[in-house]
Ligand binder design. Structure first.
Ligand SMILES: NC(=O)c1ccc[n+]([C@@H]2O[C@H](COP(=O)([O-])OP(=O)(O)OC[C@H]3O[C@@H](n4cnc5c(N)ncnc54)[C@H](O)[C@@H]3O)[C@@H](O)[C@H]2O)c1
Length: 349
């Protein structure tokens, strides 16, 4: 199968893409490569089976979708604070770009479409064990954009009368190692803070629930959407995670503290964290036989091990999504205001 992965060089993408190649798929990646060339190793290893295009979901050459069987959209600005940096930009990428990609896929006869949504659409959840039919209460721009794109895609799938199988995956918060590391996701950042400063900060009281899923398990879920019976996927939404990986934030902090002796847990004097959702993952198991492999404690051990072994540099700006987008914004502004003949520091020609 020829799979087009938008955002394929990101945290999920750079685990998913090698997995697809390993299993015999051909892959085209479209990504702005904001976090670096995380697929360079895979390009060397898989040669012509992998094509990485540096491009934008808002403007890419749609001819790239020729002969594509399935699109996986894991692109976009990927957390609440980065989305708040520039709401207009966020809407243009996360809503405008996502819609443009889907319309182009439909026009090019793509058969399957998988969108990376988020359990954050549940926002301030009512009760425990939220299912795919529970009310959505998104509390951030990021989550509202996800909800809007879900609706658009599901309508588009319906209107295609069986030609395009659309599936939305509501991912739990991810954890674990990836070539594009993220040290801003709850488990990863707590492990990093315990390792680096022996201090873990808990926001919003810590009683709020959050579901978690390992990045490899997340990638396996995307692959499952490419290989399962389309009749089970068309127009469906699946929560991706495991019931046992629903954890309250304070409990998570205590687990990380216990893994790094001498660590203290401190409460941040901030506003309450409005995001509070405990999610049921029954449907994806029942319908598709999906099960996760990694627990929260596996993830804590994995990230701590990588920090101890020097595999992950905790000071690399790119591993902090907000910092990297902030840097890119400042760089763009400096370029606009100061560049001569496109040059900032080199002599202008
Ligand atoms: N990581 C999580 O916990 C989590 C949870 C739920 C949902 N998601 C969603 O899954 C997707 C992937 O998340 P991630 O953690 O891999 O994020 P990420 O930031 O690592 O990856 C996103 C990728 O999209 C690319 N990108 C950004 N703007 C682009 C544009 N205009 N055109 C083309 N490419 C662009 C970036 O360069 C990056 O490689 C996102 O849509 C995110 O919202 C992530």
């Amino acid at each position: 199968m020829h799979v087009f992965v938008a955002g394929g060089a990101g945290y999920i993408g750079s685990v998913l893409v090698p997995m697809l190649l390993e299993h015999g798929h051909r892959v085209t990646v479209l990504d702005r490569l904001y976090f670096g060339g995380t697929l360079e190793g895979a390009e060397v290893r898989y040669g012509e089976k992998l094509r990485v295009v540096r491009g934008d979901v808002r403007s890419f050459d749609q001819g790239l979708l020729k002969s594509v069987d399935a699109v996986v959209d894991v692109s976009g600005i990927s957390n609440d604070p980065s989305c708040e940096l520039d709401p207009e930009l966020t809407r243009s990428v996360n809503v405008g770009g996502a819609r443009r990609l889907a319309v182009a896929a439909r026009e090019h006869g793509v058969k399957r479409y998988v969108f990376s949504s988020s359990c954050s659409v549940y926002g301030h959840g009512e009760g425990l064990g939220l299912t795919e039919t529970s009310a959505r209460h998104p509390v951030s721009l990021y989550a509202r954009a996800k909800a809007e794109v879900e609706d658009f895609l599901l309508d588009m799938g319906k209107a295609s009368r069986g030609e395009l199988t659309v599936t939305c995956l509501r991912m739990a918060t991810l954890f674990g190692l990836s070539p594009r590391m993220r040290l801003d996701l709850a488990i990863n950042v707590m492990a990093k803070n315990a390792y680096v400063s022996r201090r873990i900060m808990v926001d919003g009281g810590g009683r709020q629930w959050r579901p978690f899923v390992h990045v490899r398990d997340a990638a396996r879920a995307f692959e499952l959407m490419l290989t399962s019976d389309p009749a089970k996927l068309a127009g469906e939404v699946f929560n991706v995670g495991a019931d046992s990986n629903n954890v309250q934030i304070l409990n998570l902090a205590f687990r990380v503290r216990d893994a790094v002796p001498g660590t203290e847990v401190v409460h941040a004097p901030t506003d309450p964290d409005l995001r509070d959702y405990n999610v049921s993952f029954d449907k994806i198991g029942r319908v598709l036989g999906y099960e996760t492999e990694s627990s929260v404690d596996d993830g804590i051990r994995e990230v701590l091990g990588a920090l101890r072994d020097g595999v992950v540099d905790p000071d690399d700006r790119r591993w902090y999504t907000l910092r990297q987008y902030g840097f890119l914004r400042d760089a763009e502004r400096a370029h606009r205001e100061l560049a001569i003949d496109g040059k900032l520091l080199s002599p202008a020609s």
